[in-house]
Design a protein around this ligand. Structure first.
Ligand SMILES: NC(=O)c1ccc[n+]([C@@H]2O[C@H](COP(=O)([O-])OP(=O)(O)OC[C@H]3O[C@@H](n4cnc5c(N)ncnc54)[C@H](OP(=O)(O)O)[C@@H]3O)[C@@H](O)[C@H]2O)c1
Length: 342
């Protein structure tokens, strides 16, 4: 039998256990062209709340009673698919369940993970969190050695990688914004940030004035809203803003969303603001994973992971993102590999 979490109700605000049902069903039988996989780790992402509310194109319509969508690190235990051999450790779209039947038709398709690193990194540093940070800094942010860089959501899953990635690409100094003294301490001691702003306790205007007296060259934005507007008013010439996410706005009604007043500054400063979606960069994954894994092996990238035990903890793991309780990549350890892998 396998446990799986199904959507039970659509949340108005932060989800809790009442929005999910934990059910047990038989482990699926192998089908032609497919593979049966065992889940080792499951990731959570802010966007999952939007799946639950039917607010995205790529997982909607998500009917009540559906298995919660999501990606994880899995081991192939039975296979009728050449690219998913038995024993392989793969990052795949499996849903919130202990076993699944997968094939290669999903986009992004399942991808092989490096097995000399902790398998949990297949949720974070050498997977979509790390790739998102790398694409945002390098392709969208066009990072330069002399950039004065600011990152919001800096202690989160994506943000915890950004400073070290920017420095591996020759940046000199990176400032991070996060909520609370403990997160801010860990930004400097574990995540490579040079300077921090605690937006829950500091005067953010004064702290930005102090950290960026000449303005900001590169802003990696995970939160959107009023902070993004504030940064728009502080851009240097030819600045770049990489719009990774806007978590501060995901639970806000349309009528209450932030109304921007500093957008004109983009034109005035010859600056650019560009969004991106990591699923659109699937062709680049093998190269990104190799780069990120090499940085981890060399000690240039030090993943910070926030792991709870057991599939039962999935709803709390998702809520933690919106409660600000995670430091680094929030994930759940679901099972251990059954078979040898190399
Ligand atoms: N572009 C892409 O392809 C892509 C891919 C993955 C993720 N994303 C986006 O990137 C962002 C980061 O994702 P993640 O997976 O790494 O999640 P994450 O940053 O770990 O998200 C949780 C953190 O967000 C912060 N947060 C929660 N509510 C907030 C609010 N109202 N205002 C400000 N901060 C708030 C909290 O940190 P504090 O305690 O510091 O507030 C919390 O710990 C999200 O916006 C996500 O949607 C985009």
């Amino acid at each position: 039998m396998r446990k799986q979490w199904r959507l039970a109700a659509r949340p108005e605000g932060i989800p809790d256990a009442s929005h999910f049902d934990l059910t047990e069903v038989p482990i699926p039988a192998l089908e032609p062209g497919k593979a049966v996989v065992k889940t080792l780790y499951l990731g959570v992402a802010p966007v999952m709340l939007r799946y639950m509310r039917n607010e995205t194109d790529f997982e909607s319509p998500l009917a009540l009673g559906s298995v919660m969508p999501g990606r994880g690190v899995v081991q192939v235990i039975e296979s009728d698919c050449d690219s998913l051999p038995v024993g392989a450790i793969v990052q795949a779209r499996v849903g919130w369940q202990e076993y699944a039947l997968i094939d290669t038709s999903d986009r992004p398709a399942p991808f092989l993970l490096p097995t000399d690193l902790p398998l949990s990194h297949g949720i974070g540093a050498v997977s979509l969190s790390g790739i998102t940070a790398l694409i945002g800094v390098r392709e969208i942010g066009l990072v330069k050695a002399t950039d004065r860089i600011l990152v919001s959501g800096a202690a989160g899953g994506v943000g915890s990688h950004v400073a070290e990635i920017a420095k591996a690409l020759d940046a000199q100094s990176v400032v991070g914004i996060a909520g609370g003294p403990e997160k801010c301490r860990r930004l400097t001691t574990e995540m490579g940030y040079d300077r921090v702003i605690d937006y829950k306790n500091d005067n953010v205007d004064a702290a930005l004035d102090d950290a960026f007296p000449e303005g900001i060259d590169l802003y990696f934005d995970n939160v959107g809203g009023s902070l993004l507007d504030n940064v728009l008013g502080r851009l240097r010439r030819r600045a770049r803003i990489a719009i990774c996410g806007s978590i501060s706005e995901y639970l806000v009604d349309l009528k209450d969303k932030h109304r921007f007043v500093n957008l004109q500054n983009l034109g005035r400063q010859d600056a650019k603001m560009e969004g991106f979606f990591v699923f659109d960069y699937e062709q680049a994954y093998p190269d990104c994973i190799k780069t990120l894994a090499d940085w981890v092996r060399a000690g240039a990238l030090n993943p910070v992971e926030d792991i709870s035990e057991g599939i039962e903890t999935m709803p709390q793991a998702l809520a933690d993102l919106y409660l600000g309780h995670n430091v680094g990549v929030r994930m759940v350890r679901v099972g251990a590999p059954d078979l040898p892998f190399s």
